[in-house]
Design a protein around this ligand. Structure first.
Ligand code: FE2
Length: 161
């Protein structure tokens, strides 16, 4: 028996189950990415402190907005939305944030690496949702992917040319 709630959304249960699982995995991944962006926000030091401190906070805020959109899509598909912290720890594909690294030029590269990992995963999710016949979830992943790409540009544009 499915864990999904009933809904009049006319996608097959098996499709909704896969979409809910995918969305929830990404919701959990964004919990980790958010926490890492805040650690960067709090701990960064160096000549670029104020620019990076503010940039990382804006990125963290947009991560939470994206996470909320994805969790609510999971709920509307009938899912138990989101992940517990314990589920996040078990499932995240990001490396642990190295708290001892504080130099601005290193911290921004670390944030960029993590953001790129997530952006590239969610870019692939656009195609998976489309294959499953859910243009709405594909559109949501597209919106989130575009935002992550924009934040990645904000990061990468700080790298020395
Ligand atoms: Fe702050």
């Amino acid at each position: 028996m499915s864990m999904l709630s009933d809904t009049s959304i006319n996608l097959p249960v098996s499709t909704r189950e896969e979409l809910v699982a995918l969305l929830n995995t990404r919701v959990g991944l964004l919990t980790d990415l958010f926490a890492q962006a805040k650690l960067a926000h709090w701990n960064v030091r160096g000549p670029h402190f104020i620019a990076y401190h503010e940039l990382f906070d804006g990125i963290a805020e947009r991560i939470l907005q994206a996470q909320n959109l994805m969790a609510e899509r999971s709920a509307m598909l009938g899912g138990l939305a989101g992940q517990t912290i314990q589920e996040v720890v078990a499932s995240t594909s990001l490396d642990q944030w190295p708290k001892a690294t504080r130099a601005d030029h290193e911290v921004i590269q670390l944030v960029g690496q993590r953001l790129a990992q997530v952006a590239n995963l969610i870019r692939a999710d656009i195609d998976r949702a489309a294959q499953l016949g859910d243009a709405d979830t594909a559109d949501l992943f597209t919106e989130v992917s575009r935002q992550l790409d924009k934040d990645l540009w904000f990061i990468e544009a700080h790298y020395t040319v």
